[in-house]
Design a protein around this ligand. Structure first.
Ligand SMILES: Cc1cc2nc3c(=O)[nH]c(=O)nc-3n(C[C@H](O)[C@H](O)[C@H](O)COP(=O)(O)OP(=O)(O)OC[C@H]3O[C@@H](n4cnc5c(N)ncnc54)[C@H](O)[C@@H]3O)c2cc1C
Length: 473
């Protein structure tokens, strides 16, 4: 058997390569950049640890736990401090703690009496049955009210997707909410009955799943996987040209052409649009007509629709302060900021409260995000400007009184794919491509969910599909 080509050494590609190799399948991982890990990037400096990309890994699937164990990283795993569960949402220009129990919301200042009444009324709002796709904004206004959207869901959409609630599809981006309505007729009823069912099935809800990282940050995981893959990882090697052969795929790199039994594309959706994939005679023909459904042009797969997928820019701003220079305790997970509050940052993670060794003794680390769909133009400010606007906001929000003693910024010009209205079509196209172009697989954050955990699960799932394909061959 020839090796399997894996495009992209982000967490999806590395997970897939790691497990294929363990099963005795030879692999080659082609990575365009000069390091492994994709958007994961942890930097240790002056006693602080800056997480530029993801901060936490949610243990939503046993596959995630297993990968950590299989990679030999169980001793380096760092669970979040159980005391750091508090989450804040900004209202009246200050962080207000989210109540720890659902009933607690009725005693909280986070919502007005009118919005609390909307919550009580929600179980009696008839569910939508016409199957029409809705934005999360339309969905929330229909089932609750405008204030609930502006105060809570807008902040959540910014915190998870750096996205716009008027564009994000409830079915694609928040499928659990759509399922709760479809199955139980109400979000509140679904919360109650869904929790009982989960308990019976021993599943963990996303908001209750354990959060963890590693002693030296999330980069530990891709580094360990890449180390075990050794020479199989080819850095600085962008691959965009593929041709289906009688018995596999020919992959063109700057140094020549290599034949592989199968290809797994684990890059980004916007790079997917640049691929040149020629299907040979062995490949089943893809449908060539139909305006939006075109997936073949002459003998090439037409990936151009994927260029429409939006990835807004996000800058992360990691700042270290002396403990006495910040009035707020900053204990908890962090704070979400709705657009109506008028701040420039999208939200802040209380990184050193979550994990103990993120700041030296007597200091704290705060990780804030700027840009997203809300104010994309801000993400490309200079590092000094980013630090300055972040400090201005943190002064008001958590009482920062002095300049940071540690600072690090990172720009992701294309950060997170937006599962906006119509995203289902891209997913259908991916299914079609994978079904029709035998041996060409698609996996990662653009297909099976945007979180780190989703990407790991996607990497595990594609291994099963590849194995089945290789066995059938
Ligand atoms: C700022 C930020 C914060 C986040 N925070 C969290 C968080 O706290 N928790 C969480 O669960 N998730 C978070 N996420 C999401 C999560 O980090 C990502 O979904 C996940 O890491 C994606 O992994 P991936 O391997 O699918 O893609 P990527 O990490 O994007 O990796 C893709 C790789 O493919 C390479 N590539 C692309 N095209 C080619 C090509 N043609 N040839 C060769 N190589 C190619 C790229 O260079 C890249 O290295 C965050 C994301 C960002 C950007």
């Amino acid at each position: 058997m020839k090796s399997v080509a894996i495009i992209g050494a982000g967490i999806t590609g590395l997970t897939a390569a790691f497990y294929l190799k363990r099963k005795g399948v030879p692999v080659t991982v082609y990575e365009a950049g000069n390091r492994a890990g994709g958007v994961i990037q942890s930097i240790r400096r002056d006693g602080f640890l800056a997480e530029c990309g993801p901060n936490t890994l949610l243990e939503t699937s046993p596959k995630i736990t297993q990968l950590v164990r299989d990679a030999g990283l169980a001793p380096r795993r760092l669970d979040s401090d159980p005391k750091a569960e508090a989450r804040y949402v900004v209202r009246y220009r200050r962080p207000i703690a989210l109540p720890s129990s659902p009933l607690g919301i009725f005693g909280s200042e986070l919502l007005s009496a009118k919005a609390k009444f909307a919550l009580l009324r929600e179980p009696f709002v008839p569910p939508r049955r016409d199957g029409k796709e809705e934005s999360i904004a339309e969905f929330v206004v229909r089932r609750l009210n405008q204030e609930f959207l502006d105060q809570m869901i807008d902040a959540l959409a910014a915190g998870i997707y750096a996205g716009d609630p008027y564009q994000l599809s409830v079915q694609q981006a928040f499928p659990r909410l759509a399922v709760l309505e479809a199955r139980y007729g109400s979000l509140i009823k679904g919360q109650i009955f869904g929790a009982r069912e989960r308990k019976r099935r021993r599943e963990v809800a996303r908001d209750r799943a354990p959060k963890f990282s590693f002693d030296e940050g999330l980069q530990v995981l891709p580094d360990a996987l890449a180390a075990q893959l050794g020479d199989a990882v080819k850095l600085n090697t962008s691959v965009t040209k593929f041709a289906q052969m009688e018995n596999g795929w020919r992959v063109s790199t700057f140094s020549g052409e290599v034949e592989h039994s199968a290809v797994i594309y684990c890059g980004t959706a916007y790079k997917l649009a640049e691929l040149n994939v020629k299907i040979g005679r062995a490949g089943s023909p893809l449908p060539a007509d139909g305006a939006r459904g075109v997936t073949r042009r002459n003998d090439k797969i037409d990936f151009s629709p994927f260029s429409e997928i939006r990835y807004p820019p996000v800058a992360s701003v990691v700042l270290g302060f002396r403990r006495e220079d910040v009035a707020h305790p900053c204990e908890g997970f962090g704070m979400l900021i709705p657009k109506i509050e008028g701040f420039k940052i999208l939200g802040t993670i209380f990184s050193s409260s979550l994990f103990p060794n993120r700041a030296p003794a007597g200091h704290l680390t705060l990780t804030s995000y700027v840009g997203g769909e809300r104010q994309p133009e801000l993400a490309s400010l200079t590092p000094d400007e980013l630090i300055s606007i972040t400090c201005d906001d943190l002064r008001v929000l958590v009482g920062v009184k002095a300049r940071p003693v540690f600072q690090h910024t990172a720009l992701y010009p294309k950060a997170i794919p937006q599962y906006n209205l119509g995203y289902g079509l891209y997913r259908e196209l991916m299914d079609t491509i994978e079904n029709q172009a035998a041996g060409f697989f698609l996996a990662g954050h653009y297909r099976e969910g945007i979180s780190l955990g989703d990407s790991i699960v996607s990497g595990c799932n594609v291994v099963e599909r590849v194995e089945k394909f290789l066995t059938a061959k």
